[in-house]
Design a protein around this ligand. Sequence first.
Ligand code: 5AD
Ligand code: SF4
Length: 463
Amino acid sequence: MSDKEIKKNKVFLETYGCQMNEYDSELVRAILKKENYEFIADEREADIVMLNTCAIREHAHRKIYGRVHQIRHDRMGKPVMIGLLGCMVTNLRQELLEDHSLKIDFIAGPDSYKRLPDLIREASSDGTKGYDVTLSEFETYSDIYPTREDRGNPSTRPSGSLRVNAWIAVMRGCNNFCTFCVVPYTRGRERSRDPQNIIDEVRRLASEGFKQVTLLGQNVNSYRYETHDFAYLMEEVSKVKGIERIRFTSPHPKDFPDRFLDVMANNSKICKQIHLPLQAGNNRVLEMMDRTYTQEEFLGLVEKMRSRIPGLVLSTDIIVGFPTETEEEFEDTLKVISQVQFDSAFTFKYSERKGTIASKKYPDDVTDAQKTERIMRLNELQKGITYKKNKAHIGQTHTILIEPAISDKPSHNSVGRTDGNKLVLLSQNGYRMGEMVKVKVTDATPHALKGHPLNLSFHPSSC
Ligand code: 5AD
Ligand code: SF4
């Protein structure tokens, strides 16, 4: 019997990359569950293994190739269909289908998930490879209610516990074409969902017990639906009863009108936290990246944000070793990092992506050794800042939202997050997920805060 002849309905789905991919996997679950596919946790039992891939850096690609070979090897000849989804397949379709050592059965790009049942059928019926990587100007999946995974561990969770955070994509795609970035090519043009449709979904989430929603988009603050902008959307979402906290990611610095900052400042449900990607601190590099702001403009924006939103927690993304970046230019990035004092930073070595503007215009001439040296210096600097920022919270009081514990052990203490998204490890356990607990910060590490509950009987329904 060949791979293609058996009935395949048990699916193992693995997700790589960003939160948008996590969300897309939830969409895929909903789409396939309707067609009687079953999702299972043990890949050895699966008829179909799907990998939802990421394309943002070369490293992500290599991981997928290795993973596919490992799956085939582990099955030791036992039949399994392998499907690839997500960003990597949009620009590598040909390569993936023609690489016979990989033996990929079907591939679906980020706008083709509704076609997955057909693609799997095509691939399993006549042996042709099912693929669809068409990018749409309209697809927002607004008619699909994602099957959100309960990431808590059922065996250790106290009964009656709640699910906590739900991702919800409010827009897809990106029109910015930062020269290093492959996303506009893998995910296509920007399109936003009808706000009413988003609010309906948030209401349903609240009725299911979710306490926090995180609005997602590749360029989330450029959300626009007819005359409605992102500030409007955030305000409307905040009116939904039962939702205690609203976050968003990832924004672009160019789309922060004053009105939006005022909405953030004055609305108690909108968390005072912004992920503000800087990418580089030098003006020549920023221009080559086509980020549309200068170092001075970025610093001005940070100042404005902080003056309007007291206690704001800021994080960022940095790329080191962009083509032709000199040592002095890299030092400008260090300077900005020192000046802004971000609470945390995600740092990356520049990775040339096929098809991007940078790959066509600029040679990837900063050596890997230089990139490594720069990222280590940057990380060292940021680590000190993060630790200092965390230590400044000692003695402060925060309300934290309890999350699934980090470990499955029943003895493991409860954990939660502050409004600013800082992880707090509690000195006690037994709190329910979704509970809001007032804590005093007693200690800090470079990665988290430690806290002691102030009011042991504190409960969301009694406050
Ligand atoms: N090389 C390295 N980092 C990249 N990012 C995006 N494209 C690249 C690339 N080609 C980083 C940016 C972005 C984050 C999600 O990934 O910092 O903000
Ligand atoms: Fe990529 Fe720039 Fe769009 Fe972000 S804003 S997804 S970095 S092109």
